[in-house]
Ligand binder design. Sequence first.
Ligand code: IPE
Ligand code: IPE
Ligand code: MG
Length: 245
Amino acid sequence: MSLKEKLIKDKLPNHVAIIMDGNGRWAIRKGAARIFGHQNGVTPVDDVVKASAELGIKFVTLYAFSTENWGRPLEEIDALMGLLVSTIKKETKKLLENNIRLLTIGDLTKLPENTRRELNQLVQATSANTGLTVILALSYSSRHEIILAARKIIQDAIAGKLLPEEMNPELFESYLQTAGIPDPELLIRTSGEYRISNFLLYQSAYTELYFTSKLWPDFRAEDYYEALLDYQNRERRFGKTSEQL
Ligand code: IPE
Ligand code: IPE
Ligand code: MG
């Protein structure tokens, strides 16, 4: 029985979030420049998107570039932005054919003009699609997202649109960039690092975490199935006892 066949269809997560890490190390180990790792990080994205669509998973959030990543050498940033544009152009047809919707979270105003334009065009072009939603986290920082939400909440309160006692988790979530998107049930991080690196801090309060030592360019559909199988064997208690479930 293949790993895919072992998956229980009605126990799949609705939303999987992925910290795609390890591109640089993958390239260095091959004696190449870091950007070579980023270039080879596109195939695993294809694999995960295709597998998710086939399995009927509704949301996949991919951490592609953090706010902190702006601190990297300019050369690497430029190459990454260029890669983003060429990948968007290459993937457009596939997204449209497969009824996939693209969304973004993060501060897109920081991106180069042409990257932002290409991205927005693809978001527009896929906005009516009803299959899998792929959310690209770009120039994203969870703390920044939470601070922006806090600012908006204060503004609404000052404008008299909101009373302090009205605030609750549902209303708070509606101020986040992920408004309307369910919390991820599973978060995968590749490359053997055991940290969240400013990703979906609020949304992952009860998310199952899965870490693998595989570097992102080596991650394939089979590795994804393995993570999903692992998830299916977890007991999600949400603070209760096993007996209560
Ligand atoms: C993840 O791979 C991709 C981005 C952060 C853009 P890295 O570039 O962080 O690769 P490592 O962690 O240095 O190996
Ligand atoms: C997290 O990876 C961000 C992305 C995968 C886009 P980093 O490589 O930037 O994270 P740290 O620096 O190891 O925490
Ligand atoms: Mg890294």
